[in-house]
Design a protein around this ligand. Structure first.
Ligand SMILES: Nc1nc2c(ncn2[C@@H]2O[C@H](COP(=O)(O)OP(=O)(O)OP(=O)(O)O)[C@@H](O)[C@H]2O)c(=O)[nH]1
Ligand SMILES: [Mg+2]
Length: 311
């Protein structure tokens, strides 16, 4: 197993006013740090079996209670990173998790960098690169379908397909090399035609895989749909209709929308980044000119332009 030199900690839940927040710790000192920062009746975390869920309190150095918490203990190698991991499940909101994280840093943790837990999981052989990438895709998924594809990849679907091609190519290379090394030997099962057919099959498999890349990217990143046109043609009305709520101002005055407005929607399982823009026309008003410049800017990054015209 890859030896990680230090113990890292981070708030694992998104910021905001959720009811629960999780602070995750991973590394060789996890349990010792939990002993210092968590108190409960019964044995300290380092003397508990694993996995275990313990009710108690996160505490400061002077024993002051920081928050009521559940401590989840997962010893190496049976954890996400394959290191010793503890997770503090505390109250959500802006303060509790931040105070616990601060306390853990006082106790010797280093704040984790982005994706560092997943990086350790990869380095410790818990997952391969395709799966590590899938974790990020799953976290960032904007639609059910994108999440389902990421989950499939996380379970090794992409790796199995690339492994099949790799193993086959390796078999072909071995056959070829042995036929070169032992030309006069009658190697069983060797024929150039069979090898050619296998190679052809692998080329097809690579093509299919490469062909699915565009759809995969669309699913993962979504498509940017920019609604553009002259002023007062109904762009914002269409934007609100597709979004299902009154997000942008609609009015009979030409030049209502100035800034670009963006929102995610899901169409048939695909994530769509919908962009409303200012109506494009010459103007002497510097604010409107800026809006028009931004609208034109949006056109170059659009996956699809919905050009709206007055009927
Ligand atoms: N008759 C009719 N009026 C519409 C339709 N769609 C929008 N409108 C009206 O047209 C006016 C302009 O609509 P907006 O959606 O604000 O148009 P816009 O293209 O966003 O305008 P700017 O932001 O100024 O560029 C509003 O009064 C809407 O109620 C439509 O399909 N039919
Ligand atoms: Mg508008």
């Amino acid at each position: 197993m890859h030896a990680s030199p230090d113990t890292i900690a981070a708030i694992a839940t998104a910021p905001g006013e959720g009811s629960v927040a999780i602070v995750r710790v991973s590394g060789p000192e996890s349990l010792a740090i939990a002993d210092a920062a968590f108190k409960a009746s019964g044995p300290p975390p380092s003397a508990r079996p694993s996995p275990a869920l313990v009710h108690g309190h996160a505490v400061a150095a002077d024993g002051l209670i920081l928050d009521e918490a559940l401590l989840l203990i997962m010893r190496s190698p049976k954890s996400f990173t394959r290191e010793d991991v503890v997770e503090f499940q505390c109250h959500g909101g802006a303060v509790s998790a931040a105070r616990i994280l601060q306390r853990l840093i006082e106790c010797g943790c280093r704040p984790a960098g982005p994706g560092e837990f997943t990086r350790r999981a990869f380095l410790n052989g818990r997952m391969d690169l395709t799966q590590a990438e899938a974790v990020l895709d799953l976290v960032r998924a904007h639609s059910d379908r994108a999440a389902a594809v990421a989950m499939e990849q996380l379970r090794g679907a992409l790796r199995r397909r690339t492994d099949e091609i790799y193993d086959d190519a390796l078999r072909i290379a071995v056959s070829l090399e042995s036929s070169l090394d032992f030309p006069e030997d009658d190697l069983p099962g060797f024929s150039l035609d069979t090898l050619k057919a296998s190679l052809q099959k692998d080329v097809e498999r690579c093509r299919t895989l490469a062909g699915s890349c565009r759809e995969g990217r669309l699913l993962r990143d979504g498509i940017r749909v920019v609604i553009a046109g002259r002023p007062n043609v109904g762009k914002s009305s269409l934007f609100n209709l597709l979004l299902g709520r009154d997000r942008t101002i609609v009015s009979p005055h030409a030049g209502t929308t100035r800034d670009t407005v963006e929102e995610w929607i899901s169409i048939d399982g695909y994530g769509v980044r919908l962009v409303d823009t200012a109506g494009i026309r010459p103007s002497t008003c510097p604010i409107e000119q800026e809006g028009v410049r931004r609208a034109i800017d949006q056109l170059s990054s659009a996956g699809l332009i919905l050009s709206v015209v007055d009927a």
